[in-house]
Design a protein around this ligand. Structure first.
Ligand code: HSE
Length: 407
């Protein structure tokens, strides 16, 4: 029997406990031993839980219990999760987390501690919820030089955009629905302003390129400025709008990484990923494109990935699973101003089509009432900003500007 503790009994934590209890036999056949939940840490009371007697409010009861070999951290946020996880690893316990904020902020340090202490630090659930992505990238695709990773990494924003596109639902109603369904972060600003997706692409970039990428070195835009008009124009051009986290390796070895809404062509596999589903495309030099698809948020999908890591840790109590990247200083990342992309613009003003063509050269334009939507050819973001300045000088207002994805 392997004793484990779960820190946090919220949406994901209660899902982890549920799976460990309801799938006991299934997990026993995989591991050859029982996984026993010895403690659950939460400040709230859960008198109706079948394991109500194992709840504690005191972290010391977990850290000091030598029988607990694996600790699940599903509290979310950095404090006290960071301190608790660090102490668990230093005490020789393997740790499994779904906490992308923690991994994106402190992954390199926690991986180094795990290595030093000869224990495991695993975080499959931190990206893509129930979709296997960390383990496939770390193991199955290890022979590849990863050229690019691009993904729809946030279920809440994908749910909102899908509702806007398919039902014309206003943004706020769609957000409320996503929150009611348990997809959203405690503070939904992290979803709609792109920070959650940014953390996830940082984790994938760190894994793909071996150096920690910190979220504050990644340009991040959310979806709050996307309007139903953008959605309609995008459709006319043959695109859907998706929030994309994307990292590309450039010829000089540097990486181009950002999180932003993008126009995704109908022909792209990512264009059909709707509602709370996530999709991640990994472009390997040997495999070509490999696409991972599934539920990126929600109680049981996310808990499923956590439990898989728990089983892996239990199977490797005395061995390390090789999962590692070094710390990074951002010197391998180009500025988003140098990143190259074609752009979509929504404009208003007299002769917007002609003026856009004069400033941007080759463009495609569509008009609807007083607004004109334009697609440009590729250019760096700094060149794009300069041209937008020139448009404004001609009396044209730029109502919105969105990158065109080439995935
Ligand atoms: N708020 C996140 C999302 C939860 O909507 O994708 C899963 O990480």
């Amino acid at each position: 029997m392997v004793s484990v503790a779960i820190m946090g009994h919220g949406v994901v934590g209660s899902g982890v406990a549920e799976i460990l209890l309801t799938h006991k036999q299934k997990l026993f056949s995989s591991l050859g031993e029982e996984i026993y939940i010895k403690k659950v840490l939460d400040l709230r009371e859960f008198p109706d839980s079948p394991i109500a007697d194992r709840f504690t409010k005191d972290f010391e009861e977990i850290i000091n219990d030598l029988e607990i070999r694996v600790v699940v951290e599903v509290m979310g946020g950095l404090n006290p999760a960071y301190d608790f996880v660090k102490r668990c690893l230093k005490a020789g316990k393997s740790v499994v987390t779904s906490n992308k904020e923690l991994v994106a902020a402190h992954g390199a340090e926690l991986l180094a501690i795990a290595k030093e202490e000869n224990v495991n630090f695993m975080f499959e659930a931190s990206v893509g919820g129930g979709i296997p992505i960390i383990r496939p990238m770390n193991q199955c695709l290890v022979a590849n030089n990863v050229r690019e990773v691009a993904g729809i990494l946030n279920g809440t924003t994908n749910f909102i955009l899908t509702k806007m596109i398919e039902d014309g639902m206003p943004f706020d109603d769609a957000l409320k629905l996503a929150q009611d369904l348990g997809f959203a972060e405690r503070n939904p600003a992290a979803d709609i302003e792109g920070h959650d997706a940014c953390r996830k692409i940082c984790i994938l970039a760190s894994l793909a390129y071996g150096k920690h990428v910190y979220p504050d070195s990644v340009h991040t835009e959310g979806i709050t400025h996307i309007t139903l008009n953008d959605v309609k124009f995008a459709k006319e051009f043959g695109y859907v709008i998706k929030l994309i986290g994307r990292v590309k390796k450039l010829e000089d070895g540097k990486i181009d990484i950002l999180t932003a809404p993008m126009l995704v062509p109908f022909k792209s596999q990512l264009s059909n990923i709707d509602y709370e589903f996530n999709g991640i495309m990994v472009r390997g030099d040997c495999t070509g494109d490999v696409v991972f698809y599934g539920k990126g948020a929600g109680k049981l999908p996310t808990a499923s990935a956590v439990v898989a890591d728990v089983v892996d840790c239990c199977k490797h109590l005395k061995a390390r699973r090789f999962l590692f990247w070094a710390d990074g200083d951002g010197s391998n990342i180009i500025s988003y101003k140098d990143s190259v992309s074609a752009m979509y613009l929504r404009l208003s003003g007299t002769d917007a089509e002609a003026k856009a063509a004069k400033v941007f050269g080759d463009t495609v334009a569509v008009r609807s009432n007083n607004e004109v939507a334009v697609l440009t050819t590729e250019m760096t973001y700094s060149a794009f900003e300069e041209k937008c300045g020139a448009l404004k000088e001609c009396g044209i207002e730029v109502l919105s500007a969105i990158r065109i994805g080439d995935m």
